[in-house]
Write a protein that binds this ligand. Structure first.
Ligand SMILES: *Cc1c(COP(=O)(O)O)cnc(C)c1O
Length: 397
């Protein structure tokens, strides 16, 4: 069993805040602060360039990748770290298209995160080989899996609504049709149990600053199924994905396995912080986490629906079809969210009208969920959201 009061004590949580946005940026783990001090003062400060060897910096992408692998059901040595998720999407997509060269369709869905779609559009233009990106509604993806599809590229949990795709089922259908799969786990890793091996996923990518609490701009991960890793010619063929970087050869030769998905110098400071942030997962049972996430989100939905009839549930009602977030629609969603944040209840807003709330059992209690709904009720009943300052759009929503 997981002790969620013990996991809560591992985080710095600002006083007076109910944090329902850990799905967008996880809070600061106390261990990360100490790791940051150590990497700056001891490793960098004292070790200087020697630390690439003495502190093991050069192997951090693989070592931290192995920690992520455990959370997504991937075997050791099949995940590496670095860059941003958008870059990892590019690498996975370029590799998948090259593995399936006679097909032209990239199948995604209309709910996918824009960056994933933009990356596909950019890659299509760069390749200039007549690829097309199809984005049917999420419910219709299966009907579009056919003999022209090179790759099915989906985000398992919809960033806006929390709707959950059936990774194993869609992967099976894709494989039966001769297509590869890329699963974006941005809102899955650390949020729900994930098993890329059981699902048969070909590629999986994700970020680590959301439910994995790695901090703003924390490096992304990429997993390639071991049977494919040796067959990939990396599109981003950087020196640290070379078989012998310090031979400084003029010709690129890919490193073994997942190592070829590395590109350039790893973000050492961010990896050290992330490594420390991942310690909490050693004491978490994912089934217990999921059960508590469902309990928290069900409670929130019930409280909000009872208290705030003007808000319309935008997430699937069945918790088995949701990730670890809940969204409501309201035409004044932006202003309502600003009024909530001003009262210490932090969620976020996604255009055009979605109020989004993340449920993170590592540090969130049922009492906070009820209190958040009470504050939302007060805002709705008094129209407290209708002030000029709450209508002014900030750069980041
Ligand atoms: C958060 C998120 C991203 C963000 O990509 P970055 O390159 O890390 O900024 C991309 N895709 C999905 C599905 C996301 O949820």
């Amino acid at each position: 069993m997981t002790d969620f009061e013990a996991t809560r004590r591992l985080f710095h949580l600002p006083a007076g805040v109910i944090y329902l946005d850990g799905n967008s940026l996880g809070p600061l783990p106390l261990a990360a602060r100490e790791a940051a001090r150590r990497v700056l003062e001891e490793e960098w400060g004292e070790g200087l360039i020697r630390a690439w060897n003495s502190a093991g910096w050069i192997d951090l992408p693989r070592r931290v990748g192995d920690r992520i692998a455990r959370l997504i059901g991937a075997p050791p040595g099949s995940v590496t770290m670095g860059d941003t998720l958008s870059i990892k999407v590019h690498q996975a997509l370029a590799a998948a298209l090259a593995l399936n060269p006679d097909r032209r369709v990239i199948l995604s869905d209309s709910g996918n995160f824009p960056s994933d779609l933009y990356i596909a559009q950019g890659l299509i233009a760069a390749l200039d080989r007549g690829h097309v990106l199809k984005t049917p509604p999420p419910e219709e993806v299966e009907a579009h899996i056919g003999p022209d599809v090179a790759v099915v590229m989906l985000t398992e949990v919809d960033y806006r609504t929390g709707r959950l795709h059936d990774m194993a089922r869609i992967t099976r259908l894709a494989h039966r049709a001769g297509a590869l799969t890329i699963w974006d786990l941005a809102h899955s890793a650390g949020a729900i149990p994930v098993d890329v091996t059981a699902a048969g996923a070909d590629f999986a990518v994700g970020c680590t600053y959301k439910y994995l609490n790695g901090g703003p701009g924390a490096p992304a991960f990429i997993h390639v199924a071991p049977h494919l890793a040796e067959r990939i010619s990396p599109a981003l063929s950087g020196w640290l994905g070379h078989q012998a970087p310090f031979a400084f050869e003029p010709e690129y030769r890919p490193a073994e396995g997942i190592g070829r998905m590395r590109v350039g110098t790893p973000p050492v400071i961010a990896l050290r912080i992330l490594e420390a942030a991942l310690d909490v997962w050693d004491q978490v049972d994912m089934a217990a986490l999921r059960a508590r996430s469902v309990m928290l989100s069900e409670r929130f939905i019930a409280e909000v629906e009872a208290r705030c009839p003007a808000l319309e549930l935008a997430s699937p009602r069945d918790p088995a079809r949701r990730g670890s977030q809940v969204s409501f629609r309201h035409p004044q969603g932006y202003a309502i969210m600003q009024a909530l944040i001003a009262r210490g209840v932090i969620g976020d807003f996604r255009a055009p009208d979605v109020l989004r709330f993340g449920f993170t059992p590592l540090y969130l209690s049922p009492a906070e969920v009820v209190r958040a709904a009470e504050i939302l009720q007060e805002i709705m009943e008094t129209d407290a959201w209708d002030r000029a300052e709450y209508h002014r759009r900030a750069a980041v929503t």
